[in-house]
Design a protein around this ligand. Structure first.
Ligand code: C2E
Ligand code: CA
Ligand code: CA
Length: 676
């Protein structure tokens, strides 16, 4: 609805006299008239905006106007909106305030929009306004310094003056370096800060500074170069916050953490740092553990004071014998020595201790030690690996009776390097998809049919040869790579089950999963995604896990929940290696277990031992009383099969049925049993 012709002249004449940007809309918000001032300020001509519905307000303001529109129309008093945002034709943002008034001329309602030009701020001005506020706020909570390009102080705020004890007059013109303690170390820090801001980067760090009277204090410092549009440095701003107390506390805590209070030796935290430094500097050294034998029996005959005394005396002897080496307290009864000395010298400590026994009240305390040596870089190359290898050797020495210090034996060495190698090749294999899957068929006893298979990972590496799951899986679990193997097996299982389903074979695929997968990722999501990707029904997927997994899972709400969700969605769970581990069976009530797999070690000797038969019979009854299917693993002979059949076992798997075979072979096997 437009203004009628004759009114237009009149209105234009009047309205164009308003010295503010102004426009009129009809009652639907369409612009019917647009003033010259509006044209000047917003850049749109009258022709461009007439008839349109407020195109230049931003979404927020637009929404606000729409929401209030009825009120605006109904109200006779003008309405003021203090903060509206709109775009000029050149897309520049304007913030201003607006007065709205509804007018009725000849029974037709219009709305007059009038902007306040004094309030109009382009975004640049808004920015500088905001900068002012920001500056004020910063100055309120930080010590602030302005430096010129050469690093001379131009201005310091009150907080800074108060802390540093300088007067406003004196500080101006002083150099930045004068704010630091006068040592080469501190000058280097100051140089570092200057270098970084002169290069145009922001510096951030905790540094020590000095007041005018030479008292030290610590600040968290941010130094920012301020540049103009052409990137020329104008000056630098330094914001500082005092952290002296925090720093002192930290130093104190570090001392506590780094020093063993009882013996004064460095702690194991510090040990790790020192060893890492040695490794970085490529020093050759031996990592030695020395551990008191039968410490816990010894403890029972000693009181606390004597025990402490013993530690201190042993420390003394270590210090005398390993003179210039690094000695640390590695545990309650363990000491670590980092030394370039040879194995035979280190081993000699046993003899030295015998010759220099520890006396308490004139009685010799009969302590002996065991020890282990690992060399860097020959044996192991990281702190963790050094620690692990040394521990392994130490445990072995202790098992064999203790009392000696031994270096990594050849066979251990071989084992450790092999697992390291496997770890490395494993990453390669995962990248190159070097894994494949074999399927172990499972036969239902009553129908004689193969209705499910267990998917087993297979890996033949071009360098290392065939690596058995029994060797592979523990390494993969330790390194976290089990997650990738698990994902691979999950995808393959879904893919294969879906392929069989397409072909009209209903085969459940069961794969082995590890608790780490449930901890490290959201298995519900992962499994849903895999099922969807291959269009596989959830009923065709089963996850196997061990009793150890069950025992840990039971205590972790998050895992129990994931399993229950999956269970509700149709996925089943089987408990693997049932009977091998743990006495507690509480998890059977907590976890959604649909199948028990009796471990092959039971089945192995089933024919030889009558007791074992009773046990297996018991396990089968137990499972069935819970409404859970029972499967026997590792069935290798007809006798075993028949015995299990007589006991009422639901299904069996093992070489008697089939070895692990390919998917094609599974298909053939199923088709041949269908005709049985
Ligand atoms: P498991 O789950 O108990 O798997 C059954 C193992 O027994 C398989 O060995 C299979 O080849 C073997 N086996 C089957 N029938 C017989 C038999 O009649 N007699 C004998 N002596 N052995 C038989 P495999 O493939 O070497 O796997 C060993 C273990 O490694 C598995 O024990 C399982 O715990 C683990 N594993 C295998 N694949 C995976 C996997 O993809 N992920 C995870 N997390 N673990 C896996
Ligand atoms: Ca299994
Ligand atoms: Ca098993």
């Amino acid at each position: 609805m437009y203004l009628q012709e004759k009114q237009l002249d009149l209105s234009e004449a009047v309205l164009n006299h308003i010295p503010y940007p102004t426009f009129l809309t009809d009652e639907d918000g369409h612009i019917v008239w647009w003033s010259q001032e509006a044209e000047k300020h917003f850049g749109y001509t009258s022709e461009e905006v007439k008839g349109s519905n407020l195109p230049f307000f931003n979404d927020y303001t637009h929404g606000h106007l729409i929401a209030k529109w009825d009120k605006i129309i109904a109200k006779e008093e003008p309405i003021r909106i203090n903060s509206v945002t709109l775009y000029k034709k050149d897309k520049q943002l304007l913030k201003t305030s607006l007065i709205l008034k509804s007018l009725t001329i000849h029974d037709i309602t219009y709305v007059l929009f009038q902007f306040d030009t004094d309030q109009i701020k382009s975004s640049d001005q808004t920015a500088s306004f905001e900068l002012e506020i920001l500056k004020k706020a910063l100055s309120h909570s930080f010590m602030v310094l302005y430096l010129d390009k050469e690093g001379l102080i131009m201005h310091a705020n009150d907080l800074f003056l108060k802390k540093s004890n300088w007067t406003p007059k004196r500080i101006v013109g002083k150099s930045f370096w004068q704010l630091f303690p006068n040592t080469s170390e501190h000058i280097a820090v100051a140089d570092g800060i200057m270098n970084s801001i002169q290069k145009g980067s922001t510096y951030q760090g905790t540094v020590e500074k000095m007041t005018k009277d030479g008292l030290s204090y610590w600040v968290d410092l941010i130094a920012i170069p301020i540049t103009d549009i052409e990137n020329n440095t104008l000056y630098y701003i330094l914001l500082e916050e005092e952290v002296t107390e925090k720093k002192l506390l930290q130093t104190r805590l570090e001392e506590i953490a780094y020093v063993d209070a009882e013996t004064g030796l460095m702690s194991r935290h510090r040990l790790e740092q020192v060893v890492n430094e040695h490794i970085e500097e490529q020093k050759n050294f031996s990592f030695v553990f020395i551990s008191i034998n039968q410490f816990y029996t010894l403890k029972e005959i000693l009181d606390v004071e004597t025990e402490s005394f013993l530690m201190i005396e042993l420390t003394k002897r270590l210090k005398i014998y390993f003179e210039d080496s690094i000695i640390a307290r590695a545990g309650r009864d363990d000491f670590a020595v980092i030394t370039p000395l040879s194995d035979w010298y280190i081993e000699g400590f046993i003899h030295f201790l015998k010759q220099n026994p520890i006396y308490v009240e004139n009685k010799v305390i009969p302590i002996t030690v065991s020890g282990a040596i690992t060399r860097f870089p020959e044996d192991q190359q990281t702190y963790l690996h050094l620690l692990k290898a040394t521990n392994t050797t130490l445990q072995k020495v202790k098992l064999e009776g203790g009392g000696i210090i031994s270096s990594l034996s050849q066979s251990d060495h071989h084992k450790l390097t092999r697992s390291l190698q496997i770890e490395k090749r494993l990453i390669e294999a995962l990248n190159h998809n070097d894994f494949h899957v074999m399927y172990l068929p499972q036969r239902e006893v009553t129908s004689g049919k193969v209705t499910s298979v267990e998917a087993l990972v297979r890996w033949e590496d071009e360098v290392l040869g065939v690596i058995n799951p029994d060797e592979l899986i523990p390494i993969a679990e330790e390194t976290g790579l089990i997650n990738e193997i698990g994902m691979f097996m999950l995808e393959k299982s879904c893919e294969q089950a879906a392929i069989w389903q397409e072909k009209g074979l209903s085969v459940k695929v069961s794969y082995n999963s590890s608790i780490r997968e449930f901890r490290d990722k959201n298995m519900v999501k992962a499994i849903r995604a895999a099922l969807k990707k291959y269009n596989c029904s959830p009923e065709l997927l089963q996850l196997e896990f061990t009793e150890k997994f069950a025992l840990e899972a039971e205590a972790e709400k998050n895992i129990v929940k994931q399993m229950q969700t999956l269970h509700q969605e149709g996925i089943t769970f089987a408990l693997d290696d049932f009977g091998t581990g743990y006495a507690s069976l509480r998890y059977l009530q907590l976890l959604p277990i649909g199948k028990l797999k009796i471990d092959k070690s039971f089945v192995n000797s089933i024919m030889q031992q009558e007791k074992l038969q009773q046990l297996i019979q018991g396990l089968i009854h137990f499972g069935q009383s819970l409404g859970v299917k029972v499967v026997a693993e590792g069935v290798e002979s007809k006798e075993q099969y028949n015995a299990l059949k007589d006991m009422g076992c639901d299904a069996v798997q093992g070489y008697y049925i089939s070895e692990p075979i390919t998917a094609d072979q599974v298909e053939k096997l199923i088709r041949s049993t269908e005709n049985v």
